[in-house]
Design a protein around this ligand. Structure first.
Ligand code: PLP
Length: 238
């Protein structure tokens, strides 16, 4: 994968990063929002540690991984830029929680009460506060992960355990690739957040939604975090 010369790879990654920043800023402005309202999370699950480091050097300080082992493998590799802030975006097994917490990630993919309670417990034991998002299954696709809205309502109604801070919701649009459907689903996520927030008094400020193909729809619906992977590596992956 690294047969190309490193300078050329760095240059392409820089170009892609700059392009994505501009497009996200334009999408934000079109929706009457400001570019600073939307954090771009570079999803680096497709690439190795060197390319991931190159993306950080290009200016992308928020990195998303969907496998905890890969996240800590990169974070622990010698010389990896310490500016990186980690985001866990894929399904998290309970036996991976303790080690993952060392990297103080924002965990986007909390998909059960059991996982939430365990993160809380391990965070208290480590004397740290872990920020997390509740993953909602808005599309109803069987194959998509996340919790049904009713389950999230029930979780928010309970007393929130110490050690965690619930920052908002995360969602993925359905698999059909239809952008109108995606837009409608993103609006539903936002409405769910607004309702949960007024019921619970929690701010639930963050909405993590939108990927390379549908981030414009997500930003129009109020996304505060977009998770962009393949678009950042245009011309580099085959
Ligand atoms: C892979 C992945 C992304 C990024 O997808 P792209 O289409 O490559 O931008 C975003 N979110 C999650 C949860 C992912 O697994």
């Amino acid at each position: 994968m690294n047969e190309r010369n490193p300078e050329e790879i760095d240059r392409l990654i820089q170009e892609n990063w700059d392009g994505v920043c501009e497009e996200v800023a334009d999408a934000a402005k079109e929706s009457g929002r400001s570019a600073e309202d939307v954090t771009i999370i570079g999803v680096t699950k497709y690439v190795d540690t060197d390319w991931t480091a190159s993306l950080v050097m290009a200016g992308c300080h928020h990195l998303g991984e969907n496998r905890p082992q890969v996240l800590w493998g990169k974070a622990e590799s010698p010389g990896f830029p310490t500016k990186a802030k980690w985001h866990m975006i894929g399904h998290l097994q309970t036996n991976k929680v303790r080690r993952l917490l060392r990297y103080q990630p924002l965990i986007h993919s909390v998909d059960s009460e059991r996982l939430l309670d365990l993160i809380a417990q391990e965070s208290v034991a480590k004397n740290q506060q872990t920020r997390l998002l509740l993953e909602v299954n808005i599309s109803g696709d069987e194959s998509k992960t996340g919790m049904q809205p009713q389950m999230i309502e029930a979780m928010i109604r309970r007393e929130i355990p110490p050690g965690i801070e619930i920052m908002g919701l995360m969602a993925m649009a359905g698999l059909d690739g239809d952008l109108d459907n995606a837009q409608r689903q993103f609006h539903e996520v936002r409405e769910l957040r607004d309702r949960l927030s007024s019921e619970s008094g929690l701010e639930l400020k963050e909405l993590s939604m939108g990927m390379s193909a549908d981030y414009q729809q997500a930003i129009a619906a109020g996304a505060t975090m977009v998770r962009i992977g393949s678009r950042l590596f245009d011309g580099l992956l085959h």
